[in-house]
Each structure stands twice: as C-alpha cells, then as structure tokens.
Design a protein around this ligand. Structure first.
Ligand code: FPP
Length: 230
C-alpha cells in the first residue's frame, strides 16, 4: 500500500450486539473484543502504522449498568496483567488518555506501572482512551490554561494542543468505527478535524487482520485536501 496512516484511532463498537446475536451476556462481547487486540496491533505495526488509539471507555459509559462497568474495568486489568510481557516483546509503548480519577487505586497503579514498564519501547505506541471524552478533554485544557494564567493573546491552536491529553501524539489520520454507526461519539473531537473516517458493519469481536487490510487499503485510496484544492 502506497499511503499508510501514521495514526489510526478505533471506536470498537458492536460488542453488545455480537453477544446478543449469540444469546450471551453483553459482557461476553467485551471479553471477545479484547482477545484479538494484540494480533490487531501487530497487523497495524506490520503495515507501518506507528500509533493506534483505542476507545475503550467513554465518559458517557459510566451510565451503563454497574455490572457492565465493573466487567470493562476487570477486562482492562486482565488485559494489562496478561499482555504486559507481550507488549514488551513486541516493542509496544503503552499510553493512556482520559481520567484515572474514578478508578480504584490498584487499577490506577497497574496502568501507571504498565506505562512506566513500556515507556522506552520504540515500536508502535498503543494509547488506551479509558474514561475519555473529547469535550472533557477540552474543558480540562481550558481549566489548565486558566490555572497557568495564560494570557488570551497567547492562545492559539498550537498552545491548545499542548494542553490536550494527546500532546505527545500526532492527530489521527484514520478513525475506524466498527458495527456500522456513523457517529463520532465524543472521540478525539479536536484532533480529528481533518481525519479520514472509515466505517465497517463488522462487529468489533469479528474485526481481524483481514479487516485491518481492508481499512488500510480504503485509506490508501483517499485523497486528503485539508480544505485546499487538488
Ligand atoms: C462498544 O460496544 C464498546 C465498548 C463500550 C467497550 C470497548 C471495550 C473493549 C473492547 C474491551 C476493553 C478494552 C481494552 C483496551 C482492554 P457496545 O457495548 O456499545 O456494543 P453495542 O453498541 O453493540 O451494544
């Protein structure tokens, strides 16, 4: 492929529908959706993608039933405990965007430790958006600027970007959304101003290496104009 996105961000949708179709609890859909994560990261990396950001839990997901919330937190913990060695073997650097404030101390420490353990890896950067919302991120950035007494004359796009959670990440080139919806759902609102969108009807637990290739192929045929003319 001639044109590979540097940064791919993914809205992993359809876990609940996948489970319902199989008469399983919704939480089983989330579990299935976690199993293929490392393989999918490897496939992106193989094609030259440098950054992948996964939307694992939104600020709005706190309104889900408590058993589903607990199950998502447990899955995150399990995935980190089980895959930390694999992330290091594969030279993957782990990052987090969002808020850790509502998580219990053990989970916060686990996330912090995994980030510290992988911070020197130079391969793919895998960012987990957990308790993340694009609007909350912008509100947090504004609060921090006010706290830092930034003068309004000094506020420009470059400065705002320094205050976002994603300050160390390039903007996503491609957002993939599974399960067929055509919504942004409060994901990377600022950063996706010129991002290419790709939606597939495949439910997240069925998304695999073949689907990665289809999405990358579609992206490679896009022509990005950034508001200019061809
Ligand atoms: C949306 O599907 C998916 C989520 C809210 C959670 C995604 C989380 C995972 C795949 C597992 C945890 C992630 C990591 C990184 C360990 P949905 O439940 O809204 O599906 P539906 O629209 O079909 O109901």
């Amino acid at each position: 492929m001639s044109n590979i996105p540097q940064h791919v961000a993914i809205i992993m949708d359809g876990n609940g529908r996948w489970a319902q179709k199989k008469n399983m609890p919704r939480t089983q859909g989330h579990r299935e959706g976690t199993k293929n994560l490392v393989r999918i990261m490897e496939e992106f990396s193989k094609h030259g993608v440098k950054f992948v950001t996964l939307f694992a839990f939104s600020t709005e997901n706190w309104s889900r039933p408590s058993n589903e919330i607990n199950s998502l937190i447990l899955l995150l913990r399990e995935a980190l405990n089980q895959e930390i060695n694999e992330l290091n073997n594969k030279n993957i650097k782990l990052c987090h965007i969002g808020s850790l404030d509502k998580l219990d101390l053990d989970t916060r420490q686990l996330i912090d430790n995994c980030i510290a353990d992988t911070k020197r890896n130079s391969g793919l950067t895998l960012t987990i958006a957990f308790d993340y919302g694009g609007r909350a991120e912008i509100v947090d950035a504004i609060k921090s600027m006010i706290r830092d007494k930034v003068h309004h004359n000094n506020v420009d796009e470059e400065l705002v970007e320094k205050y976002l959670y994603t300050t160390d990440l390039p903007d996503p080139d491609l957002v993939i959304r599974t399960a067929g919806e055509m919504r942004i759902s409060n994901f990377l609102l600022w950063q996706s101003a010129y991002t290419e969108y790709y939606s597939t009807t495949t439910l997240w637990p069925d998304f695999d290496e073949k689907e990665v290739k289809v999405a990358l192929n579609e992206y490679s045929n896009r022509f990005r104009k950034y508001g200019s003319v061809s």
